[in-house]
Design a binder for this molecule. Structure first.
Ligand code: SER
Length: 320
């Protein structure tokens, strides 16, 4: 266990990343040093944290009070609306994805917290760049509401770091694949749904077309990278917008071929919906050399290892 006196608040702790990150943080820093929060009421799933508080992050006064009451030093601010849902509710997406981040940056500026993690996304990329091996410093021209909110957030992070020395750290996550907690409303979520339906029905209709490659990642690698970035010495970090993270790159067709190796009868067909346009605007692969050099980003899971783990765990989880 880590020995420094960190008191950690996680927002969005019942979400896809939140449930797994909270458990990992509790393992590292001790359960009693973790305050988990989410807009939903207490849930069995979050027994990993010492304290659970219900928190709507758009209620700034409540968020500020929770930070003070629990003497929070570090915040992992995960509460967010994903890309599909953000297109339906653009104003809400802006309010939820950007404004609470600024409230937390202000708290850091006032030295009421020491460190902040905020997730960005491959959705920051858009027009005018090559699709493959997208570098850290390319122009950001997103075409989705979600992407716009993430670019704005990144710029606020950099501004607070450069102007006030705020220690804010961020990763541009690829599509995250996991079995413990479902995602919801994301463009990359076909790659999670496909596993549930493979196990439950033996077939899947993908809302993303067969040859659309997107950057993707198994959750364990995302959690490992997040902890690695947050534990790196501040002076080593050269990026205060958000670090590129490439992970894997595959198409629905390639993913279904990996599933067929384990389930030869699995069937897939394709009915792209509005999320296809979002996927088409994103890169197919990403260069993350800067993250490797600055804080040692690395990966454990390739496509086959991820597929095996997903199928194994979901078969067990969905047995009843
Ligand atoms: N995976 C997210 C989405 O599809 C992107 O960050 O919305």
């Amino acid at each position: 266990m880590h020995t420094t006196t960190e008191k950690i608040l996680v927002t969005g702790a019942l979400g896809q990343i939140g449930t797994e990150l909270t458990a990992k943080l509790a393992e590292i820093y001790g359960k009693d040093n973790i305050v988990a929060s989410d807009i939903r009421a207490q849930d069995q799933a979050i027994t990993a944290a010492g304290t659970y508080v219900q928190l709507d992050v758009t209620d700034s006064e409540r968020m500020i009070n929770i930070v003070a009451e629990h003497s929070v030093t570090t915040v992992y601010h995960l509460a967010s609306l994903l890309s599909g849902t953000s297109e339906d509710k653009p104003m809400f997406a802006w309010r939820l994805n950007v404004e609470p981040l600024i409230v937390l940056l202000e708290l850091a500026k006032e030295k009421k917290i020491k460190r902040l993690f905020w997730p960005s996304s491959i959705a920051v990329f858009g027009k005018g760049i090559p699709k493959k091996n997208v570098k850290q410093d390319v122009p950001l021209n997103p075409t989705s509401v979600y992407g716009i909110s993430k670019v704005a957030g990144e710029k606020w992070c950099e501004y607070y770091h450069d102007k006030f020395g705020v220690d804010v750290r961020s990763i541009r996550y690829p599509g995250l694949i996991s079995w413990k907690t479902p995602a919801g409303g994301g463009t990359t979520d076909y790659a999670v749904e496909i596993f549930y339906e493979a196990v439950q029905k033996g077939e899947y209709t993908s809302f993303i077309d067969k040859d659309t490659a997107m950057p993707m990642l198994y959750m364990d690698d995302a959690i490992d990278a997040t902890i690695r970035l947050m534990q790196a010495p501040s002076a080593q970090l050269t990026v205060r917008t958000s670090y590129n993270m490439g992970g894997l790159s595959f198409t629905p067709k390639e993913l279904s071929a990996a599933i067929k190796k384990k389930m030869p009868d699995f069937k897939i067909d394709y009915k792209p919906d509005f999320r296809q346009a979002i996927a088409d605007s994103w890169p197919s692969s990403i260069d993350d050399k800067v993250a490797q050099d600055d804080w040692g980003l690395r990966y454990e899971y390739d496509l086959d290892a991820m597929t095996d783990t997903m199928l194994l765990n979901l078969k067990e989880k969905l047995k009843h």
